[in-house]
Design a protein. Structure first.
Length: 144
């Protein structure tokens, strides 16, 4: 029994001694301070051209572009419908209750999604339903 106790105490003592030796540092660590210049990344947004109602652009680098209700947050080539970018023409929506689409010959209430989606080159504005009908447009389902 005495031998087992002596061996156990010896093992525990060796563990403690090993721990203490591991905590000693024979030579102090040399800490090297490295200074780096951090330059902010530059994002390039290159406007390519306007084709019809579309603005074509290329984005390289981290960028966040928000237009209307859409958002782009990555690199690549993009096309943005110019009808989604606020212009002087958009103010006419508040002046006229109806917006017609010259291409489809339909007209919509100006405060609806369908009216906002009409390409700029096909937009026609009307003060009354009769005015739109007399111009050869037919009412959409949203017109009361």
């Amino acid at each position: 029994m005495k031998d087992k106790l002596g061996i156990s105490v010896g093992i525990i003592g060796a563990i403690i001694l090993g721990f203490l030796i591991g905590q000693l540092k024979l030579s102090p660590e040399v800490v090297e301070i490295v200074e780096k210049e951090i330059r902010p990344e530059v994002s390039l947004i290159q406007l390519k051209e306007i084709k019809g109602d579309m603005l074509e652009l290329e984005i390289s680098g981290p960028a966040r572009i928000i237009w209307a209700d859409d958002m782009v947050e990555n690199d690549g080539f993009f096309q943005i419908p110019l009808s989604q970018i606020s212009t002087e023409n958009d103010r006419k929506y508040t002046e006229f209750p109806f917006t017609g689409n010259e291409k489809t010959k339909k007209f919509y209430p100006s405060d609806t999604y369908f009216a906002r989606g009409v390409e700029v080159r096909y937009r026609r504005f009307f003060l009354t339903k009769e005015e739109a009908i007399n111009a050869g447009f037919i009412p959409s389902k949203g017109v009361n």
